[in-house]
Design a protein around this ligand. Structure first.
Ligand SMILES: C[S@@+](CC[C@H](N)C(=O)[O-])C[C@H]1O[C@@H](n2cnc3c(N)ncnc32)[C@H](O)[C@@H]1O
Length: 240
């Protein structure tokens, strides 16, 4: 997928993720204290997918959610979508066959295609989160699910400062060690600083036509899993 010249934000995003792609899985384990797989597996379990579910793994990176979905439901079909071709090549090497290069705000699928959309650590990276949520809601069938795992700002202001500071220190250390570039992983706290708390994100999902939103926090609210069912009558909800 070629990115229009005026979308400098997407170009920079793709360039950054192309650089870190080969180390991405390793660094994810570090930043999640080895808990990442457990959280994602929990996200998939709680989704309670139908046997032959059609699933979107959005901002898939190397395709963790797709692998966990097929591990749990071997007859399910999971499509990995990512902006960064290099991430999708790694996903392909790791057994993901259905992969599409696209921007989260312009998904090449008809409306009501998916039983469930999974997003691991993607939300904060979308330049226009509201546009991405509208597009995700469009491609999800009524009653279908959105499951997200991401970093969030802890609700407690002291913990928030400590957590963001810690992520800068951690990112700087690993960036210097692995790439000789201390700022390469500080995109995590950079994007987090202007993000929201677990509770605020749950409220935003409700305003986008999702009912029965459930959330679970880890690491003092610094990581959150959300499950949200799209309302059966989406026409009745006015998304912002
Ligand atoms: C932090 S990685 C997450 C990878 C994987 N989902 C996981 O759970 O580990 C974020 C991914 O989002 C992708 N991404 C960033 N902006 C995007 C956009 N606008 N549309 C689609 N993918 C995007 C990046 O290319 C990157 O692979």
């Amino acid at each position: 997928m070629s990115i229009p010249a005026e979308r400098q934000d997407l170009r920079l995003m793709r360039a950054m993720f192309s650089t870190i792609a080969p180390r991405y899985d390793f660094i994810t384990r570090i930043f999640s204290y080895g808990m990442d797989r457990r959280w994602k597996r929990r996200g998939v379990q709680m989704a309670n997918l139908p046997e032959r579910a059609t699933v979107l793994d959005l901002a898939s990176g190397t395709g963790d959610f797709s692998r966990l979905v097929v591990e749990r439901c071997p007859q399910a079909k999971s499509i990995a979508v990512d902006l960064t071709e290099r991430m999708l090549r790694l996903a392909h090497e790791r057994g993901i066959r259905d992969a599409v290069c696209a921007d989260a705000t312009v998904l090449p699928f008809p409306e009501h295609t998916f039983d469930c959309v999974f997003i691991g650590y993607g939300l904060r990276n979308f330049p226009d989160l509201n546009a991405a949520l509208r597009e995700i809601e469009r491609v999800t069938r009524p009653g279908g699910l959105l499951v997200t795992l991401d970093f969030f700002l802890p609700a407690n202001p002291v913990l928030r400062q400590l957590y963001v500071g810690y992520l800068y220190a951690q990112g700087g250390f690993w960036g210097l060690l692995l790439h000789g570039r201390p700022r390469i992983y500080t995109y995590i706290p950079d994007s987090l600083r202007s993000f929201v708390s677990i509770q605020d994100f749950a409220d935003r999902l409700r305003s986008f036509g999702y009912a029965s939103v459930k959330a679970r926090g880890f690491i003092f609210g610094g990581i959150g899993l959300h499950w949200a069912a799209k309302t059966e009558n989406p026409g009745q909800v006015a998304a912002p």
